[in-house]
Design a protein around this ligand. Structure first.
Ligand SMILES: Cc1ncc(COP(=O)(O)O)c(C=O)c1O
Length: 379
């Protein structure tokens, strides 16, 4: 089945009671039981909710996996994966990734005795030097937030398998429409469903998809024991978002390409970070593992001062200055003070994230309006 048909029908069975074509929002905390232990498979909504189950089925289908689990946010999904580990275990994580993931690892999990190594994964080989008997997980993100670096998922998966280490890939930036990490050998795919899956900037949610039953059972146990489950209304919204993922992503890619080329040709723009440029250092890998290059772009100005960047960030009219990404509307963001402020400045600079870097989430408006807006703001 092709992507569009899959996205529209994933997890969608007519409601058994009424035949409603849209999955109902089962807004209930509990279920009436006939006798102790005699029930319809639903006991308490932290453990079971039909709207969430429909979404989890859809998540599995769209990521070519067997099992999906939904969480109350992207970081809650990440949190669940790290809770698979024990004190003394080690994680090899990408050195360029969402600031909130870095904060969760360093500020929450390090104190429970889990050790994280931050490694430049653009060369998969770099990982090998950090593997030892305590290594249990490799955590990566591709394309990375915000520098749009690319990690070769198949190459990292081969290293993970050879060393009996789990690989989890944060697939938020690509979305399942552009990339399916499980097909490339990853064990777990993670999403901030807040972004492209929801697609309309109206919900916070996270997702995990995997193939292994035992891994699913452990993660389900963590989901119900720790309780970071999404509410049924939020599950409904993400289910609805998934139905148009393919149409939105096509337009995000088209607009992304136009905006990236406009920026690159602008005399006042410095470096443009977009993985669809044929001279992007990892273009060949992006082309191999992705079906398009998406709408996430970062750039600097030739006048690399904070003052000029701030002026630009405050003067766009169609691009709204806001955190987040992946919605239908275009957003402009300043990673150093917004999405990546939780990473110490010296770490950011070491990894190439300058104070004046600007990140765009190119939406699905008319590309001409987006370009006019940026042109006027750059001045
Ligand atoms: C790549 C990436 N991963 C994870 C997250 C965290 O997701 P959430 O904000 O839904 O908790 C984000 C949020 O911006 C992100 O950009």
């Amino acid at each position: 089945m092709k992507a569009g048909t899959k996205y529209i029908h994933a997890g969608a069975e007519p409601d058994p009671t009424t035949g409603a074509i849209m999955t109902p929002i089962y807004q209930t905390s509990t279920y009436v039981q006939e006798a102790p232990g005699k029930n319809k498979g639903f006991e308490y909504a932290r453990s079971q909710n039909p709207t969430r189950f429909a979404l989890e089925e859809a998540l599995a289908v769209i990521e070519n996996g067997k099992f999906g689990l939904a969480f109350s946010s992207g970081v809650a999904a990440t949190d669940a994966v790290i809770k698979l580990l024990q004190p003394g275990d080690e994680v090899i994580a990408a050195n360029d990734m969402y600031g909130g993931t870095y904060r969760l690892f360093t500020k929450i999990f390090e104190k429970f005795g889990i050790k994280f190594h931050y490694v430049n994964m653009q060369e998969a080989e770099n990982i090998k030097g950090y593997i030892n008997k305590n290594t249990k997980l490799i955590w990566t993100e591709t394309p990375t937030n915000p520098l749009i670096n690319i990690v070769d998922i198949a190459a990292v998966a081969a290293i993970a398998k050879a060393n009996n280490v789990l690989l989890c890939v944060d697939n938020t930036f690509a979305s399942p429409y552009l990339q399916n990490p499980l097909d490339l050998g990853a064990d777990i795919v993670m999403h901030s469903a807040t972004k492209y899956l929801g697609g309309h900037s109206d919900v916070i949610q996270g997702a995990l998809v995997m193939n292994d039953q035992a891994l699913r059972d452990q993660l389900y146990f963590i989901q119900k024991s720790c309780g970071a489950v999404p509410g049924p209304m939020d599950c409904f919204l993400v289910l609805r978002g998934i139905k148009t993922l393919h149409v939105r992503m096509q337009r995000h890619c088209e607009n992304g390409e136009k905006v990236a080329h406009f920026l690159r040709n602008h005399p006042k723009v410095g470096h443009v970070y977009w993985c669809g440029f044929t001279d992007h250092p990892s273009y060949a890998i992006a082309k191999k593992q992705m079906r398009g290059f998406g709408g996430m772009i970062s750039f600097t100005l030739k006048d690399d001062s904070m003052e000029t960047a701030t002026k630009l960030l405050s003067s766009t009219k169609v691009f709204s200055l806001a955190e987040s990404l992946g919605g239908v509307e275009s957003l402009i963001n300043h990673p150093a003070t917004m999405t990546h402020a939780s990473i110490p400045r010296e770490e950011r600079i070491k990894n190439g994230l300058s104070d004046s870097l600007i990140r765009l989430s190119v939406g699905i408006e008319d590309a001409e309006d987006l370009i006019d807006d940026l042109n006027a703001a750059i001045g």
